[in-house]
Design a binder for this molecule. Structure first.
Ligand code: ADP
Ligand code: MG
Length: 475
């Protein structure tokens, strides 16, 4: 591997020598850097450009290594055109730029893995203990709320008396909703409160890998005794057992041994047992024989509470208002919610800026775009322009602080239509109407809604503006 990489780099340098002369990719990059630095200023250069490491220039692509995904996203969103322009000037032709997230060893990136690798979604990001448990996935860091109440209660009950009542406990639900967190919490509690000595947490993948490795070394007895003496066995993501007959067979015997001796088994999956294809009937029966609890996506209040908890744990200063703003926009799952927060915290720290709604909007841009795209093709600007055209005022009036009826009423109408046609949230509307509070938007929308019930004229005004909105789009 080392020679291969070495050869590759020599090859690259030869290639560069042919194309751009002595000095290789480093020199090209330094030239790009000094040109771009002149345009973007010292702060951006120090923050975003200096940490970049040029790797190679191959087949019209410049490969750059960046410290993390935040860097890559920020660069893609903010500096790509300027970087590409400088690069083309210096090399004398158009060159693509590809970012790679830094891994521990540079050798890992090349030659085969040119595509950047993201962190595996289910890989526990925190330190794990010897028994496989993730240290900070405990009950005290788990927020209970709509969506996970039942699963949480079941997990608590099992943690209080492992092997007694609900065996196995089977938790199912979509990705990033807290299954792994919850079952780790049971593991910790079983050790600390119930004095269980032998608790194992592992993913179904790891279970399979252990099995293969024991089979290969002809050590199946060790494998059997290891797992069959557990007090609590936690197997995550059993949907991955699908189609793995040997693993299923071994797990079936492990399961029976543990179950008969009243040892606790805890399982998770992204599906209900009978929806997992390629799962043996006898295992499915076992999985369904205990308690099955589902986890649903959290509601808004729970999302806000989770954000506040995570912010506290990560020491990210987050106001109630920003938490509400993020929670309103990031709705899919908790992992995304946490990802948004981490990104925001990192950006605030790197750029030494306080966390404001504007910064949050910037960080969540992609997510916000995605959400808007899903709902309607209409943008807030389009609505604002149409409203202004109808009432004969300027967009600046809408976003101003003016409270005269001449402006206040059109503003209310515009806010209402932004919600209706652009699917914008109250906090978002607030931001886009001159940084107003989300309650202003909320009030405006409900005021218009109330009037609409008895005011036919208002209804026809809105219809005409809607025509302008869609007509405007067609132009
Ligand atoms: P799953 O296993 O269902 O895919 P995880 O347990 O890995 O999801 O959760 C993803 C992330 O979200 C983890 O960092 C976890 O701590 C966090 N998380 C999920 N639900 C909650 C919750 N109710 N309270 C606190 N953190 C949560
Ligand atoms: Mg998981």
């Amino acid at each position: 591997m080392a020679t291969q990489v070495g050869e590759l780099f020599t090859g690259v340098n030869n290639f560069l020598t042919k194309v751009i002369g002595e000095g290789g990719v480093q020199r090209v990059w330094e030239q790009v850097l000094s040109e771009v630095a002149g345009k973007v200023g010292v702060i951006q250069t120090e923050t975003w450009l200096k940490p970049i490491r040029p790797l190679m220039l191959r087949e019209d692509t410049l490969h750059l290594e960046v410290p993390n995904a935040l860097f890559r996203d920020w660069l893609l969103e903010n500096l790509m055109p300027i970087l590409q322009e400088s690069l083309a000037n210096i090399v004398g032709r158009a060159v693509h730029i590809t970012f790679h997230i830094a891994t521990k060893k540079q050798g890992e990136l090349f030659p085969s893995v040119v595509e950047e690798k993201e962190e595996k979604p289910d890989a526990p990001r925190s330190t794990t203990k010897k028994n496989g448990l993730v240290l900070n996935y405990t009950f005290s860091t788990f927020i209970v709320g709509g969506g996970n109440q039942f699963a949480h209660a079941a997990a608590r009950a099992v943690a209080e008396s492992p092997g007694k009542n609900y065996n196995p406990l089977f938790i199912y639900g979509g990705v990033g909703l807290g299954k792994t967190h919850l079952i780790n919490a049971i593991g910790h509690e079983a050790i600390v409160k119930q004095g269980c000595k032998s608790v194992f947490y592992l993913s179904s993948e790891s279970f399979t890998n252990e099995l293969i490795s024991h089979l290969r070394r002809d050590r199946m007895d060790d494998f059997k005794s290891k797992f069959r003496q557990a007090d609590v066995l936690i197997l995550d993501d059993v949907q991955f057992l699908s189609g793995r007959e040997r693993t299923q067979e071994e797990f079936f015997h492990t399961f029976n041994t543990l179950h008969q001796s009243h040892k606790q088994i805890i399982l998770t999956s992204d599906k209900f047992p009978n929806e997992i294809d390629g799962l043996e009937e006898r295992l499915r029966n076992r999985f369904e024989s205990g308690l099955i609890a589902d986890i649903q996506p959290p509601d808004l209040e729970t999302r806000v509470a989770i954000l506040q908890k995570k912010a506290q744990l990560k020491r990210i200063p987050l106001t109630q208002e920003i938490a509400l703003f993020i929670a309103t926009h990031v709705t899919a799952n908790v992992r995304e919610l946490e990802g948004g927060l981490t990104k925001l915290g990192a950006l605030a720290e790197l750029t030494k800026n306080p966390i404001t709604i504007d910064l949050a909007t910037q960080v969540l841009q992609n997510l916000l775009k995605g959400e808007k795209g899903k709902e309607k093709e209409v943008s807030i600007e389009t609505v604002q322009k149409a409203v202004c055209k109808y009432f004969g005022i300027r967009v600046g009036d809408l976003t101003s602080k003016k409270r005269t009826q001449f402006v206040a009423f059109p503003r209310q109408v515009a806010m209402f239509l932004c919600r209706k046609l652009a699917g914008a949230s109250y906090p978002m509307i607030g931001v886009r109407f001159g940084g107003k509070d989300h309650t202003t938007a909320l009030y405006a929308c409900s005021a218009i809604e109330k009037r609409l019930k008895e005011d036919d004229e208002l209804r026809s005004v809105l219809t005409r503006i809607e025509h302008l909105v869609y007509g405007g789009n067609e132009e």
